[in-house]
Design a protein around this ligand. Structure first.
Ligand code: SAH
Length: 405
């Protein structure tokens, strides 16, 4: 017989957020444990009146438990992971992402949005890239790799790469090394570079081994398409360009010219490679520079479509006031320089910044720059980054398209 899981009891009243199906329990909500769990262990949660309420992975940070199930009869075993990955796959089928030749990269698992808190899985052609954000998920990575192989089958999945070294809590003491958990031993070499992927028919080289996050920012797919839609006849500036996603869409959408700016030389190299894949027929310039400094010194009226997609300025609530100032400063600098009739695509990917706060920061920027602007589009993350309705924090990407007068 298997041993029961460690049993954690909540303080009175602290069961309420779990009754509303929020998938996290903070450390302050726990009153006692019948035995001390290790980080990454499965634990059972009970209310102060002794009723089972949820089961999940234990952590040592401020999020003490990430919930996997509210069903006392559901055991967390290889079958469980298979069921959850199958459900995630079915959703992407519904989204027409699994069998669309024009888009071969997408997010299969988006943490809480797929009822798998602490886990991200991105698909690049025939490779799945796993990113564990919790020790619990890291410890089951081989089970996850196995479940992925069953869901996709040997024709459609050739490798599973674990890229958790940058996302696991630093205090976990695990010292993870990124590596392939599994790779097909097909002796015939792949006829094409397996890193070549398509997004809305545009070719990109996804570098999951060397790049940031899982190699490519899949969350801007729909917003890039909108840039492609508006780019015709415009001089485009893409700041914080990373792999040049927006730049490629702008070039292929008929821009007159595109300039891509990033402070990282490596990012600019990736961007240059991707631009080359698209064989542009109009000028493209890549610049290694600080985006704010670049925007501040650029000549007025130089660009009539500007993209601002900075990294998260606020990773935590504490950083919020500085982050809002940062968004205001950056947007004001751009708005001061943009000609009448131009378009600004501006984003925030900070989870700690709400949609309203971001809008207010951009509003203050417009007021400071003395510009009249109208909101044309309010943007968010694509459907393969779903938001669990009980976990509104999962809605992290916010964007505005402004018409500058
Ligand atoms: N727009 C990109 C994703 C941006 S990620 C896409 O569609 O894929 C954020 C990028 O900002 C990273 O490449 C990082 O190198 C860059 N960055 C961070 N700080 C910067 C700064 N001060 N100036 C310019 N780029 C910066």
């Amino acid at each position: 017989m298997t041993q029961p899981l460690p049993r954690l009891t909540l303080r009175p009243g602290k069961e309420q957020s779990l009754q509303r199906r929020h998938p996290w329990v903070f450390s302050g909500a726990i009153s006692r444990a019948d035995r001390q769990p290790q980080e990454g262990d499965l634990v059972d949660l009970y209310t102060s009146t002794g009723d089972f309420i949820a089961r999940g992975h234990c952590g040592i940070g401020s999020i003490a438990v990430r919930i996997l199930t509210f069903d006392p009869a559901e055991t967390i075993d290889p079958d469980f992971w298979h069921r959850r990955l199958q459900a995630a796959y079915r959703l992407r089928q519904t989204l027409r992402l699994t069998d669309t030749p024009s888009t071969t990269c997408y997010r299969l698992v988006h943490g809480e949005g797929d009822n798998l808190p602490g886990l991200v899985i991105d698909i690049y052609g025939t490779t799945a890239v796993i990113q564990a954000h919790s020790v619990g998920m890291y410890l089951v990575r081989h089970q996850l790799a196995h479940a992925l192989r069953t869901v996709y089958g040997p024709e459609r999945l050739h490798a599973v790469y674990d890229k958790s070294s940058g996302t696991l809590p630093p205090k976990s003491g695990l010292d993870p090394v990124d590596s392939y958990l599994w790779r097909t031993d097909d002796p015939t070499p792949h006829p094409l570079d397996p890193r070549l992927v398509l997004e809305n028919s545009h070719p990109f080289r996804a570098d999951w081994e060397g790049g940031q996050k899982t190699g490519f920012f899949l969350d801007q797919r729909d917003n890039r398409a909108l840039v492609g839609h508006y780019a015709r006849g415009r001089r485009v500036l893409n700041t914080f360009c990373y792999t040049g996603g927006f730049s490629v869409y702008a070039l292929r959408g008929g821009a007159l010219s595109v300039d891509s700016v990033d402070s990282s030389e490596k990012a600019i190299r990736l961007c240059t490679e991707n631009i080359a894949l698209s064989t542009p027929t109009v000028p493209h310039r890549e610049l290694v520079a600080d985006a704010l400094a670049y925007v501040r010194q650029m000549p007025p009226d130089a660009y009539d479509l500007v993209i601002l997609d900075p990294p998260a300025f606020a990773k935590h609530q504490k950083a919020l006031p500085n982050a809002l100032q940062g968004y205001k400063r950056l947007n004001a600098a751009a708005l001061e320089k943009m000609p009448a009739g131009s378009l600004l695509f501006t984003f925030s990917c900070s989870q700690a910044v709400s949609r309203e706060q971001f809008r207010l920061a951009v509003f203050s920027a417009a007021a400071q720059a003395g510009r009249r602007v109208r909101i044309l589009h309010q943007l968010t993350q694509p459907a393969d980054h779903p938001v669990n309705i009980y976990h509104p924090e999962g809605e992290y990407l916010k964007g505005l398209v402004l018409y500058v007068e």
